[in-house]
Design a binder for this molecule. Structure first.
Ligand code: MLT
Ligand code: ZN
Length: 460
């Protein structure tokens, strides 16, 4: 007979071996969900450990009692990876938010998992250095969650994903063992690098408790340009032109429909002309080259209009147009796609996905934006007025299956940076084949033999 988690009776919250355990309805709601808002939160308790010892005691208790655990960071995830829908105990890392050490020679910061991305960026800056992983939710998202989802964001084009910046990891595995991976080393050729298995594992193998993060030198002053484009097929041509003339750190895309929602929150229109497509480029300050690129692209018909920042305040207000998108559409509880294709395949993807959405989402407001310079697009579908949760999710699921087939055909991914969680689980097979998924299950069993870590997420 196989023993499943449900063969064991639920445990009283008073038996959880953590000092701060909360069970009020408000706490269960607050800690039981992420930004997905598509799933009903129903955790049985929230545990807020204060030390690695408490995390270990909790995981050992969960093994003895077969209690499912959901690791939780800033709950800014967009795939339901940190939602607790089945009486799980949520493990919030928010009390473990100390910056433990800085080493100038290593240019490395060691932090507890509950430190926010912004706090890491600020600590790096206080030492004259730079932590380049960045996104709009920086103030709430926590390093543990960034690692669990291999967070990307707006500067991947130049600096890569979270994975590139983690040189050491301390984890409590699903079996309750405390392990330290890679010790902050730049070079370490000693067999399997388990650090990289945990990065992007979405809490299914264990709980990240500490990380050593590499820092880099501060970049030169940055300038930002927002350009208006008359046609979708001009986007990657503009990217190529800018890439040849400027040192880019970001190249973002959004449509006029998308901008419409941001403007509705009170933001200022950029320029008089309204164009169907926009790109935002950030680059090492170089006004002369930027203006030359702008003139050449306008003359060749790639651009209709544009605006270039000349002060940091202007650069920030241009960024605000892009970074406010998620918040500006949040009230619609959008269904989010987060796809990736190779940069060379972006034009083909844009053409085919545009046709797919136009035919399959008639009358829906489809919001396109994303980090197009690294091949990642977010396509958010807004819920039409009056449509219920179930019908909306089912419709979007159907179209996402077709999108998944397109991505399989184009060699792309159904999740670039948000993770699989619960929301994208039905589509994992569009990007990973059956052998890979079977191997993932075996890997999970090695680190989490009783299946207590975030069960039901990523795969069943
Ligand atoms: C972004 O790039 O703004 C985020 O990934 C959030 C989103 O897709 O809504
Ligand atoms: Zn994004």
């Amino acid at each position: 007979m196989t023993t499943t988690l449900s063969s064991f009776p639920p445990q009283p919250a008073s038996s959880i071996p953590v000092r701060d355990v909360r069970t009020s309805p408000a706490d269960l709601l607050h800690y039981g969900r992420d930004w997905t808002h598509s799933f009903e939160p129903a955790p049985s308790a929230i545990a807020l450990p204060e030390s690695v010892g408490e995390v270990q005691a909790l995981v050992r208790w969960a093994n003895q009692t077969r209690t499912p655990l959901v690791p939780s960071g800033g709950r800014t995830g967009l795939s339901g990876g940190a939602v607790a829908t089945h009486g799980e105990v949520v493990v919030s890392m928010e009390r473990m938010r100390s910056i433990l050490s800085f080493d100038a020679a290593d240019r490395a910061l060691t932090v507890q998992a509950g430190v926010t991305t912004q706090a890491v960026q600020e600590a790096a800056a206080a030492h004259g250095l730079f932590y380049p992983v960045d996104f709009a939710s920086r103030g709430s998202a926590q390093i543990g969650g960034n690692i669990a989802t291999n967070a990307g964001g707006i500067k991947v084009l130049r600096y890569g994903m979270t994975r590139h910046w983690v040189s050491g990891l301390k984890v409590v595995t699903g079996a309750g063992e405390l392990l330290e991976f890679n010790r902050g080393l730049a070079k370490n050729a000693t067999g399997y690098d388990f650090r990289h298995l945990f990065i992007g594992s979405e809490g299914t193998l264990g709980i990240v408790v500490e990380a050593t993060l590499q820092l880099t030198g501060q970049p030169p002053a940055q300038q930002v340009m927002v350009l208006g484009l008359p046609a979708l097929d001009a986007v990657m041509a503009v990217f190529e032109q800018l890439r040849q003339r400027l040192t880019l750190s970001a190249f973002e895309f959004f449509t006029d429909r998308t901008l419409h929602h941001v403007l509705a929150t009170g933001a200022q229109r950029l320029f008089e002309t309204s164009t169907p497509y926009y790109v935002l480029a950030e680059f090492d300050e170089n006004e002369e080259a930027a203006l030359a690129a702008f003139t050449a692209m306008t003359d060749s018909g790639l651009l209709s209009d544009g605006v270039l920042s000349t002060t940091q305040a202007q650069a920030q207000s241009l960024w605000r147009l892009r970074e406010s998108i998620t918040e500006s559409i949040a009230a619609y509880k959008p269904y989010k796609n987060d796809i990736a294709v190779r940069v060379s395949t972006v034009p083909a993807f844009l053409r085919q996905a545009d046709a797919l959405f136009a035919s399959q989402y008639p009358g829906f407001d489809v919001i396109w934006f994303g980090h197009i310079g690294d091949g990642n697009l977010h396509i958010s579908v807004l819920r039409p007025k009056g449509m219920g949760d179930a019908e909306f999710l089912a419709t979007c699921g159907q179209v996402t299956s077709q999108l998944g087939s397109l991505l399989t055909q184009l060699g792309g991914s159904v999740s670039a940076e948000h993770g699989i969680g619960l929301l994208k689980k039905p589509f994992l097979g569009c990007t990973r084949n059956a052998s890979e998924i079977a191997l993932m299950r075996q890997v999970k069993r090695v680190f989490d033999p009783n299946g207590i870590m975030n069960p039901g997420k990523v795969f069943d």
